[in-house]
Structures are given as structure tokens and as C-alpha cells.
Write a protein that binds this ligand. Structure first.
Ligand SMILES: [Zn+2]
Length: 230
């Protein structure tokens, strides 16, 4: 009897498909209708991470997850304007910028510093994007629990976390504007036991290293009524 290669081929196809679906589930590409503003960035290559010490299994898994996002970074960057925003609209409804107590760099547990600002509001208050941009990551696995990463102009990354819930229909790859609701104020993740608030972080992008570095968003934040004047 002749060998039948077909089942093996089929098996290979199914495994290949599962791998593809696995990658797709890890990170969604930006929506296809989003215009290419800087197509030259599609050729951007990010340097590989060099470990100074052998990584633990947890570090290796976290790095693999970040790698899946970084692989799609050029797809996102090419669809964003080059110049970073010079104003950020208050992301929490009904709160004035003057009400934000500046806690940038304040000491936190484990020798960490506070890499962002906390905006306190009643549980369930809508959280809107501070900028135009594209939703890069939606995940429950942040230290702050449920959270959303938005890439804005210049590749600046904006981080919103501790959500009580996400906005209906929110998905990776969708375009957002300062009107878009991302989710609702809560106490998820390491905010458990604190009054409900949004943790808002901002990270500048370095195209040489493909890394993001935290900066204080407060000096750029303006009240929402400035939006009506634009
Ligand atoms: Zn915070």
C-alpha cells in the first residue's frame, strides 16, 4: 500500500493555522482602513533584547508577550502623525486638571516610583482618550488590572488602568479620538483597597531602541472644555 502523506500535510496545516491564530490573539493589527501616514516606518526594525542574566521563565514569557506587540509596532507607528501631542485632554469626565494632586515620581512599594498621575472619581465615571491615537493593547494582565494602552502621535504610549470595565466595542487596532470612551473608573489590580481612580501614564518613544520611557503627563494636561474651543 502506498503511504498517504495527506493526513500529515493536513496536520501541518492545522498546526500552522493554530500558531497563526495564537499570534493574532496575542496582538491585533491596526484596522485596515487606517491611512498610512508614514509608510517608511513599516521598515522600522527593533533591536533584539539582550539579556544580561539568564531570564526566569516568568521573565521569558513576559518578554515573548512584549515581543509580539513590538513586532506590530511599525504597523501602528506608520499610521500615526510624526509630532507628539502638546496637549492632553483630561481623561476622566467631570474632573478639572487643577484637582489632580501631583504624585509623579512619588515613592511606591518595592522601591518603585509612581510613573504617572492618579485621577480620582466615582466608580464607573467614563474614561476618555486624552489624544487621537490607536488602541495598541487591551489587557487584564497589567499590574493595575484591566487597562488600555493607546499609541498616539509620535509613537507616544498612553496608559490607562484600574478600570472597573472596558467601554463596549473597545478593541485593539481601532482609532480613538479625545471623545472616545475607553472604559470606566474602578479599583482593579494593585488599586484594590484605594478610592476608585484612573492611573494615567505617558511614555515617550525612542525609535533607535524601540523603547518607551515614562514622562510626567500633568504639565501637558488641559481641561476638557478646551476641546470645544478647538
Ligand atoms: Zn497611579
Amino acid at each position: 500500500m502506498r503511504p498517504r502523506p495527506f493526513p500529515n500535510t493536513l496536520r501541518g496545516v492545522l498546526i500552522g493555522l493554530a500558531v497563526c491564530l495564537g499570534v493574532a490573539a496575542a496582538q491585533r493589527a491596526p484596522d485596515a482602513e487606517l491611512r498610512l501616514l508614514r509608510p517608511e516606518l513599516l521598515a522600522l526594525t527593533c533591536p533584539e533584547r539582550i539579556w544580561t542574566q539568564p531570564p526566569t521563565e516568568a521573565q521569558r514569557l513576559a518578554a515573548a508577550r512584549r515581543e509580539a506587540f513590538r513586532a506590530l509596532l511599525p504597523e501602528y507607528l506608520a499610521r500615526l502623525p510624526a509630532e507628539p501631542d502638546d496637549v492632553l485632554f483630561m481623561p476622566v469626565d467631570g474632573v478639572r486638571v487643577a484637582q489632580v494632586a501631583d504624585t509623579w515620581g512619588a515613592p511606591r512599594g518595592g522601591g518603585r516610583r509612581h510613573e504617572g498621575q492618579d485621577v480620582f472619581a466615582a466608580r464607573g465615571t467614563p474614561i476618555r482618550s486624552a489624544t487621537h491615537g490607536i488602541v495598541f493593547e487591551v489587557s487584564d494582565r497589567f499590574t493595575g488590572g484591566r487597562g488600555v494602552m493607546v499609541l498616539g502621535p509620535g509613537g507616544v504610549r498612553y496608559f490607562y488602568t484600574h478600570f472597573d470595565a472596558y467601554a463596549a466595542g473597545l478593541r485593539e487596532g481601532m482609532a480613538v479620538s479625545p471623545d472616545t470612551i475607553l472604559g470606566y473608573v474602578g479599583t482593579a489590580g494593585n488599586a484594590a483597597g484605594t478610592p476608585p481612580h484612573l492611573h494615567f501614564g505617558a511614555y515617550a518613544f525612542d525609535p533607535e531602541t524601540c523603547r518607551h520611557r515614562a514622562f510626567d503627563p500633568l504639565p501637558l494636561m488641559v481641561d476638557r472644555d478646551r476641546l470645544a474651543q478647538q
